[in-house]
Ligand binder design. Structure first.
Ligand SMILES: Nc1nc2c(ncn2[C@@H]2O[C@H](COP(=O)(O)OP(=O)(O)O)[C@@H](O)[C@H]2O)c(=O)[nH]1
Ligand SMILES: [Mg+2]
Length: 292
């Protein structure tokens, strides 16, 4: 990539910022972010942070909450749970940093915790933090989250790394293809985070309704089996948020979901907002996760 293009790649972050922010609109103003640290009382919305390891989730978490969660790898880190608060656009948010995972198929404890939180905890918004310089690998998780919820925002982070590797990643194209908001960021240098908050606010308040890309399995037999199962799941567990996803997992032989259905516990996993603390709590270290 030549110098001119480089400028454009980095310029994208800035120009999208300018675009999202009618500069006079207070909702897009930096001063509008109030970091609340561990104060998470009376939150209006719950936001989950998901993503592959090392995509900058903790960096985003720290920038928004003002907390100093350890970034880097240390034993047990991934099963501690970090929560913090922030205020933006007149609303109070509780932010939950989920363990870093490459998938949500629950083949490990981390994946199980992340998946249970996104599916059963029903956060108002899930931010999927994506490494722009390793897009293909990261999209695996994005597509899985898209199957579970349409309340998500993609944080296309490490745009500087993508640029350094001469990759020209187009956030608008990605947003169009995936059908969800995509915000380019360089979290380490606080670039793009206001836009991220503006997008989160839009989804949380329901002003933006995503039409997420769904993997088409294109298989009549599979679709027939899925729709039969969906009807049965809805009858037995009317409170389950995404019966199609549960049906796909049952057909996939997902042991945890099969067990939950057999033991009639699937509905119980669906906690009310007030009971979010319970999600995955049995697996999660009692430590608050706010490592200094
Ligand atoms: N160059 C660059 N580094 C970043 C960016 N965001 C985070 N990092 C760095 O990437 C590393 C991993 O970040 P961390 O927040 O711990 O990732 P996590 O594993 O997803 O929580 C840290 O050294 C961060 O400083 C970014 O946008 N650009
Ligand atoms: Mg982290």
């Amino acid at each position: 990539m030549d110098k001119e293009n480089k400028k454009t790649a980095r310029g994208d972050v800035g120009s999208l910022q300018a675009q999202a922010g009618c500069a006079t609109c207070p909702i897009h103003h930096a001063a509008n972010l109030k970091k609340l640290g561990v104060d998470m009382e009376n939150w209006d919305y719950v936001v989950a942070l998901a993503g592959n390891p090392n995509t900058g989730k903790s960096t985003v978490f720290n920038a928004l909450t003002g907390l100093r969660q350890h970034t880097g790898n240390w034993p047990g880190k991934t099963v501690t749970r970090a929560e913090g608060g922030f205020e933006f656009g007149g609303s109070r948010y509780k932010l939950v940093d989920l363990p870093g995972t490459y998938s949500l198929l629950a083949t490990s404890l981390d994946e199980e915790i992340a998946r249970d939180f996104i599916l059963f905890g029903q956060p108002d918004v899930t931010i999927v933090v994506v490494d722009a310089s390793r897009l293909e690998r990261n999209l695996n998780l994005v597509l899985q989250v898209l199957e579970i919820t349409n309340r998500l925002v993609i944080c296309l982070n490490l745009m500087d790394e993508a640029e350094r590797h001469n990759m020209n990643v187009d956030p608008r194209r990605l947003a169009r293809d995936l059908g969800v908001p995509v915000v380019p960021t360089v979290a380490r240098y606080n670039e793009g985070l206001e836009d991220l908050l503006a997008a989160v606010n839009e989804v949380a308040t329901g002003r933006t309704k995503a039409k997420p890309y769904q993997v088409n399995y294109n298989h009549p037999k599979l679709e027939r089996a899925v729709s039969q199962l969906v009807d049965q799941i809805k009858d037995a567990f009317p409170q389950v948020p995404n019966a199609r996803w549960v049906a796909l997992r049952l057909l996939d032989g997902d042991e945890r979901i099969i067990r939950a259905v057999e033991e009639g516990e699937l509905g119980e996993l669906t906690n009310t907002r007030d009971d979010l603390e319970g999600i995955g709590a049995s697996h999660v270290s009692q430590k608050s996760g706010f490592a200094q």
